[in-house]
Design a protein around this ligand. Structure first.
Ligand SMILES: Cc1ncc(COP(=O)(O)O)c(C=O)c1O
Length: 379
């Protein structure tokens, strides 16, 4: 059997929507992007969305929009993809890591206040694998210390915790439409916020700081543009937006299938002493971006390879980023500083999870994992 790590879910309707744009005049940021932004805001229940080229760009621009820069510190998690912390470095600020919770892999809110200094300006939590961090606690800490919260919601479009959605308590939430994400246009991202002024600023920052985009310059009589601030070239285009439109209509249907598969995995591994499954808390709806199991660190890599030999696509999301060469060399991070993130990073294996995964494939994966870990020690 050959089970890819990911199979996208692009439908004929998605392709037709892209063809419509390709047959039109306007390929760059225009009406289709505007339409997607509006629908995405409506889906989340927030006021503004700004489409960009990646979640990395979304994080970068959100930090810039809130004026975070040189000399500032931003608290984040070492259990994430590197783009979260890299974006902090892009604006000249310093990422300050705080360890994560062993049951969810999300930043441990109890440890945040211990990391706050007079230079701390923001918290950048990551809603790992689709489960939201404790946003109520984070908002309370942010209020006490006058900090901005930028949510890395790359995994979490459909998530909800304690009745709260992404972008509801954060000052901005950043999303990814990268190739393997819950909805995708190959590469893409967005920032959602309830702050109208910040949304306006983000629209300028995504296009060099220009006062008008092409859509505003070329409709009706030509109007000159000005450069009001130093921006970047991160604008989402109409082709990307077209690919996302109908996926957004079907997003909950796709989520239901991933939820169903995740529950089958959870049931299969719950009593297995060699495998640990991270918890989805009772008051939480996970967006179910990824399904991760933890196995004995000594056996993790050999387990990965044996699953690959059986035709199963697997990934590691993620090794703790403070241990990567650049972070060690630049900031002096060492093993032992964030033990929970390190343990997860050394043990984690991500299994296939997508709507097109069939029941017989899920069963095959479960059987393979159980057989391969049978000789491992207890987790
Ligand atoms: C947690 C997290 N944040 C940010 C990103 C970056 O997303 P993008 O590839 O859209 O820049 C990813 C991508 O995998 C991610 O997993």
């Amino acid at each position: 059997m050959k089970i890819e790590f990911y199979r996208h879910n692009i439908s004929q309707k998605d392709i037709d929507n892209v063809v419509k744009v390709l047959n039109s005049i306007f390929l760059t940021t225009g009406e289709t992007v505007g339409g997607f932004e509006e629908r995405f805001s409506r889906y989340l229940g927030c006021q503004h969305t700004v489409g960009v080229t990646s979640c990395t760009a979304a994080l970068h621009l959100s930090l810039l929009a809130y004026g975070i820069g040189s000399g500032d510190e931003v608290i984040t998690t070492p259990m994430t993809f590197i783009s979260t912390a890299n974006a902090i470095i892009y604006v000249g600020a310093t990422p300050v890591f705080v360890d994560v919770e062993p049951e969810t892999a999300n930043i441990d809110a109890e440890l945040i206040e211990g990391a706050i200094t007079p230079r701390t300006r923001a918290i950048l939590p990551v809603h790992m694998y689709g489960q939201m961090c404790d946003m109520k606690k984070l908002r309370e800490i942010a209020r006490r210390h006058k900090l901005i919260i930028i949510e890395d919601a790359a995994h979490a479009i459909e998530a909800k915790r304690d009745g709260i959605r992404p972008a509801e308590l954060g000052d901005a939430a950043c999303f990814s439409f990268y190739a393997t994400k819950n909805i995708t246009c190959g590469e893409g991202g967005a920032i959602s916020t309830n702050n109208a002024e910040i949304a306006e600023k983000l629209k300028k920052l995504r296009l060099h700081g220009m006062s008008r985009g092409a859509a505003e310059r070329y409709t009706e009589r030509y109007k000159h543009w000005d450069m009001e601030m130093l921006g970047w070239k991160y604008n989402m285009n109409n082709i990307q937006a077209a690919l996302l439109l109908d996926q957004l209509v079907n997003i909950d249907k796709y989520w239901r299938r991933r939820e169903e598969i995740s529950r089958v995995y959870e049931g299969a591994f719950q009593d297995n002493p060699q495998v640990k499954v991270l918890k989805v808390l009772p008051n939480s709806k996970s967006a179910r971006y990824a399904f991760t199991i933890l196995v004995s660190p000594e056996k993790r890599d050999s387990t990965l390879w044996q699953l690959q030999e059986r035709g199963i696509g697997v990934a590691v999301n993620f090794r703790a980023i403070h241990l990567l060469t650049y972070y060690r060399q630049t900031y002096g991070y060492k093993r032992g500083m964030f033990p929970v993130a390190e343990k997860i990073g050394d043990s984690t294996i991500t299994l296939p999870l997508y709507p097109k995964l069939r029941d017989d494939e899920v069963e095959y994966i479960i059987r393979a994992v159980k057989e391969v870990v049978a000789s491992s020690g207890k987790f």
